[in-house]
Design a protein around this ligand. Structure first.
Ligand code: KMT
Ligand code: NI
Length: 177
């Protein structure tokens, strides 16, 4: 996977938007993100077992799989949001971008970090991190979503209220340490 700062220039969200600013080597771990390449699904089974993840499903995001609702789904995934649980995604096929927030929360140094995910890539986003997702120009990704218990999937879009959500506050505290 490739990691870089999003250039924030106008243009389709599915374009790479790669800025030339260098990123710190520890950027993802500084944000409490775990990411890696695991060609064997068996490695994912092991990670799920270690973290007590009992359920999973597979989602295909593409015009073929979703039909008419594809464009609106892609727009929805791209709304900045957080979850009260970890978000684990394993890419089974295709590719796409996970954007995560870096910089001081609400500060003028906030940036998007773009993580370009391909087949075999796994990402674990901590609860409370603001993020968004989009397919790329290929308009096709097949991803495994892992859940600790029931497939619960609530996205809380960024707002003043969500900024003070306890899971958000806990994540922000972790960043200050
Ligand atoms: C998310 O959290 O935005 C998603 O689950 C997107 C689909 S997974 C590639
Ligand atoms: Ni999400």
């Amino acid at each position: 996977m490739k990691v870089y700062y999003y250039d924030s220039l106008p243009g389709d969200q599915r374009l790479p938007h790669e800025s030339s600013d260098p990123i710190p080597e520890t950027l993802l771990s500084d944000l409490s993100i775990i990411a890696g390449h695991y060609p064997e699904v068996a490695s994912v089974d092991e990670i799920a077992k270690d973290r007590s993840y009992k359920n999973r499903d597979v989602i295909t995001v593409s015009p073929t799989a979703m039909g008419d609702i594809y464009e609106s789904k892609v727009k929805m995934f791209f709304d900045e949001h957080l979850h009260e649980d970890e978000e684990i995604r394993y890419i089974l096929d295709g590719s796409g971008f996970f954007d995560v927030r870096a910089g001081s929360p609400g500060g003028n140094d906030e940036k998007w970090v773009r993580i370009a995910m391909e087949t075999g890539d796994l990402i674990i986003l901590p609860a409370g991190i603001y993020h968004r997702f989009t397919t790329d120009e290929k308009n096709y990704i097949k991803a495994m979503r892992l859940f600790k218990d029931e497939p619960k999937w609530t996205a809380l879009n960024r707002s003043a209220e969500v900024d003070v959500n306890p899971f958000r506050q806990e994540y922000v505290q972790t960043m200050l340490k």
